[in-house]
Ligand binder design. Structure first.
Ligand SMILES: [Zn+2]
Length: 183
């Protein structure tokens, strides 16, 4: 492992500790003295992804991460949550113990998690992944989400799609609508 600061090829380990699924090593460059961190992880057996057009390619965590990151761009999410999401999915995929897995299953796993994390990110991801045929299909998906938020009486960690006051207004007008027997 070359020093990321000066490129020197030798470093000493000054600290090493086990993390979730690997070993984290704190290193110091023997030339410039800079400190950096390396991770050692077990390379799992190959997993192949079957795409919609039937082509196969080796599972690529970076690709998964890029897709999720794009959907979560500029959303007020905690630092590291996107990486954690990708890690969780990768772990689950390998736990399934299959040699091949379809992109549909991976996409569904991402959607399921984004749905409970952030609705905007969910809609963004779904619009790419599900390739909504038209604006009506997209609106239906959003309506379902808004409906589930209005009917949820308990406060959740979910970031609302609409500001609170708008949601309350929406809930009120719905109740009024029901009393009058129309929507
Ligand atoms: Zn160095």
């Amino acid at each position: 492992m070359n020093c990321p600061y000066c490129g020197f090829q030798d470093s000493k380990v000054i600290d090493s500790r086990e993390v979730n699924d690997g070993i984290r090593r704190r290193r110091q460059c023997l030339s410039c003295g800079s400190r950096f961190t390396t991770y050692e992880r077990l390379q799992p057996a190959s997993l192949f992804v079957i795409k919609k057009d039937e082509r196969r390619e080796e599972f690529n965590r970076d690709k998964l991460l890029t897709g999720i990151r794009k959907a979560c761009e500029k959303r007020p999410l905690p630092i590291g949550i996107v990486e954690k999401l990708a890690d969780d999915i990768e772990t689950e995929l390998y736990r399934l113990g299959k040699a091949e897995i379809s992109t549909t299953i991976i996409g569904d796993m991402v959607m399921e998690r984004l749905k409970s994390l952030d609705h905007i990110a969910y809609i963004r991801f779904a619009s790419v992944y599900r390739e909504f045929a038209d604006i009506t299909a997209l609106k239906q998906e959003i309506d379902t989400l808004v409906g589930s938020e209005v009917s949820a009486s308990l406060p959740t960690s979910q970031l609302p799609l609409l500001p609170d006051d708008k949601l309350r207004g929406l809930a009120r007008s719905r109740r009024r609508g029901q009393k009058r027997g129309k929507h």
